[in-house]
Design a protein around this ligand. Structure first.
Ligand code: BGC
Length: 750
């Protein structure tokens, strides 16, 4: 009896908590909206239009035109991007809050993508860490530094699923997998926005690019995306859903069209999917000129039509182009948009400004001294180590022993600016620790001959000297890859081999017989087929950021172990792209034993497709390195896969456990990955989907049982009727250390 009473009281308490928590949420939302509506009532039409205006200055423009100040004075600007000088930020904000008609504060935005001054690895690199904690911490640091100069809105995280390494912006992406991207998206938002939006060190996040930007045909930037409804729901939207759930208050429409409609004018996308399905409660910003770019897209006939399409779609704020400013009045008077539509668009922006506390405190956080703070640099080094993926390590050539005599070679060994990577407007090369600097700082036994002066360099003038240097050493450490400018926006490549004469130099160096360690700094996977056999080890560091050199030094000498794992499938050749592990099956799935390589086909063979599957005659069906792959400095054994029940129901949970043993001589960190396949669906399902991962630290010889739990919620997907749920049937599961291996088991859902 007592137990029952207690239970009832318990229940009542929980109910009360739920009700009062709900109230709390509603209350804060209401206050911001209410304040926004009150303010709206006092605003002139010009001011309303002004709030929809995101005015840009180019990142290279260092002066502040008077015309801009006047526009602010008249309430004609809602937000700014790329005001590069802090004094100008202060000056513009002062004008806005003291002189503009309703004293509405501005928001200052910038692309603070992977750090502000202290630069972290590029986002694709951070994704390789598979580490939400370091992702959150590094974006918190970015926010602390950027907010100190008045930037309270970043155009990040980029959450475009990217499956084609030709695409330059893969560098900025979370990789190819929606599950991993969702975890990282959530972490980025939490880090940027901090505990509370109205904390002066908080920076508004902007989930971008909505939607399908990473699915550009052929990896050509800005290009058409064709995404069916099911893939849209199951692959492209989930990271955005996660970012909104984590509180992202803004979202950016993408440049591209998806299925024939440019995102900035896609009413269905912005209203039905974004607002209704995903419950997005902030405001939508266009990409740079993406409203007026609907004209060359062939979707808007002129600037006025572009504005009409954007406004009717529900796009709140126009970045840089001025179609709203030029045409809203006319569109209103012609009844092409209504006053209440305009009011809604304005309120959605104002309420975010209220949530940010800008009306009470529009100034900067004054922690300017925190730029490049010691703890920021330490975190940047840790992130670079956690992001680096060891792809090859023959005969355990790595780690090196300290006294090894090293010939350091390569165009990126001492390029402070290049190691920062794409989207680093504010990063400063003079603060970078290059590998050469780190070797010097740590009294390493090395001599340096660059060999090539930049990554695309084709000149062989330095070869002789470089080879001589190599001959006098025990080991060659070649630090190459891509300069920062070879990836990022509008920097796609059709050939993703090492550029310039790097391959040639590597081949020449390999003739010395000295072991070669290839360290790659790049914005994307680099095809290595031509030179993989000429090198003994490959360490992919992406563009590692400010502390890249120190991180590389520590990894090469085993002070730290590279613990990154691939967030994208690494191709053998560009001809395989797009390439991703979670593809669908065909009616003729690959049968490895039956694969006949092109050179083994008899001359004059009779035309037949029999026995062949979905593969390439020349390179087969496997990538160079699978998704999830990466080596460490020790080895592991997986055993004893246990599944708690063979039958999943709506109420139970499947517990999956596996024993992982460090069988090597060094302590290490392993990324244990869980993949599931829904064998039959009303719409075909991927061959595998990542459903969980855990990093475990294991001492040499130690064994740990790693566990995962799955419920129906983890298996839900959008089926052929776009219904979200699970269908009855069988599931396979694998636990392993990349997408192409693992111990296998299964269960069914009834
Ligand atoms: C990019 C966006 C970026 C914006 C502002 C555009 O070219 O596509 O991602 O946020 O510029 O710099």
């Amino acid at each position: 009896m007592k137990g029952v009473k207690l239970k009832i009281y318990g229940l009542l308490f929980v109910l009360l908590m739920v009700v009062s928590c709900k109230k709390e949420v509603v209350k804060t939302t209401d206050i911001a909206t209410q304040k926004a509506n009150d303010l709206l009532a006092k605003m002139t039409l010009e001011e309303k239009i002004g709030q929809l205006n995101l005015r840009g200055t180019s990142s290279r423009q260092k002066t502040l035109p008077n015309e801009l100040k006047q526009a602010v004075r008249e309430g004609k600007v809602g937000a700014f991007l790329n005001v590069m000088k802090t004094e100008y930020v202060d000056e513009l904000q002062k004008i806005a809050i003291e002189e503009s008609p309703n004293k509405i504060p501005l928001i200052f935005a910038r692309d603070v993508i992977h750090g502000f001054k202290t630069i972290f690895p590029i986002p694709l690199g951070l994704a390789a860490s598979w580490d939400a904690d370091i992702t959150e911490k590094s974006s918190r640091v970015a926010a602390i530094e950027a907010s100190s100069v008045g930037i309270r809105w970043t155009f990040a995280p980029m959450l475009d699923i990217a499956r084609d390494s030709r695409w330059g912006r893969i560098a900025e992406s979370p990789g190819e997998d929606p599950y991993l991207a969702s975890k990282l998206g959530e972490a980025y938002v939490k880090g940027f926005q901090g505990d509370s939006l109205n904390d002066p060190t908080s920076m508004l996040a902007c989930a971008k690019h909505f939607i399908g930007y990473g699915a550009a045909i052929g990896g050509r930037d800005y290009n058409t995306a064709i995404i069916n409804k099911e893939l849209m729901q199951n692959v492209y939207l989930p990271p955005f859903k996660a970012a909104f759930k984590a509180g992202s208050q803004t979202v950016m429409t993408s440049f591209n069209e998806t299925n024939g409609i440019p995102a900035s004018g896609d009413k269905k996308l912005l209203q039905e999917i974004l607002r209704k399905q995903l419950n997005f409660d902030g405001f939508v910003v266009s990409d740079w000129n993406s409203v007026t770019e609907m004209i060359p897209h062939g979707f808007a006939k002129d600037e006025k039509h572009a504005a009409e399409l954007g406004l009717n779609a529900g796009l709140n704020m126009e970045m840089t182009s001025k179609s709203y400013e030029h045409h809203i009045k006319e569109l209103l008077s012609e009844g092409k948009i209504s006053e209440s539509q305009l009011n809604n668009l304005v309120v959605e922006i104002l309420k975010v400004k209220f949530r940010m506390g800008l009306f009470e405190n529009s100034g900067r956080n004054s922690k300017a001294s925190k730029l490049y703070a010691k703890e920021h640099l330490a975190l940047a080094k840790e992130a670079a180590i956690k992001s680096s993926v060891l792809l090859k390590n023959d005969k355990s050539i790595l780690p090196l022993v300290k006294k090894t005599k090293i010939a350091v070679v390569g165009p990126l060994a001492n390029k402070p600016r290049e190691q920062l990577g794409t989207w680093t407007f504010d990063g400063e090369g003079q603060h970078s620790v290059t590998p050469i600097k780190a070797f010097e700082n740590n009294n390493t036994n090395f001599s340096f001959t660059e060999g090539l002066s930049y990554s695309r360099d084709k000149s062989e003038v330095q070869f002789k000297k470089t080879i001589q240097n190599a001959k006098n050493s025990d080991v060659i450490v070649f630090i190459g890859g891509e300069e920062a400018i070879l990836s990022g926006e509008a920097h796609s490549r059709a050939n993703i081999d090492l550029p310039g004469a790097q391959e040639k130099l590597l081949k020449e160096l390999s003739k010395t017989g000295k072991p070669i360690i290839l360290v790659i700094m790049a914005g994307r996977p680099i095809t290595l087929t031509n030179i993989i056999n000429n090198v003994d080890a490959v360490l992919m560091t992406w563009h590692p950021g400010t502390m890249g050199g120190e991180a590389i030094y520590e990894m090469l000498f085993g002070i730290q172990e590279p613990s990154g794992r691939l967030p994208v499938t690494w191709p053998k050749t560009v001809g395989q792209l797009p390439l991703f592990y979670n593809h669908k099956n065909t009616g003729r799935p690959v049968i490895p034993e039956k694969f006949v390589q092109m050179d083994s086909i008899p001359v004059g063979a009779w035309q037949s497709s029999l026995g062949n599957t979905s593969h390439y005659l020349d390179v087969g069906f496997t990538p160079h390195f699978p998704f999830g792959y990466g080596l460490g400095y020790t080895s592991y054994m997986y055993s004893n896969l246990q599944v708690s029940t063979q039958k999943l129901t709506n109420t139970n949970q499947i517990k999956i456990s596996v024993d992982v043993k460090n069988t090597g001589e060094r302590d290490g960190e392993e990324l244990v990955q869980l993949y599931v396949q829904d064998v039959v669906g009303s719409v075909t399902r991927p061959v595998k989907e990542l459903k969980g991962f855990e990093k475990v630290k294991l001492k040499s010889g130690a064994l740990k049982t790693v566990s995962f739990a799955l419920t129906v919620d983890d298996l839900k997907y959008y089926n052929s009727n776009l219904k979200y749920g699970v269908e009855k049937g069988d599931f396979n599961l694998w636990v392993g250390n990349n997408a192409s291996n693992g111990l296998r088991s299964g269960f069914s859902y009834e």
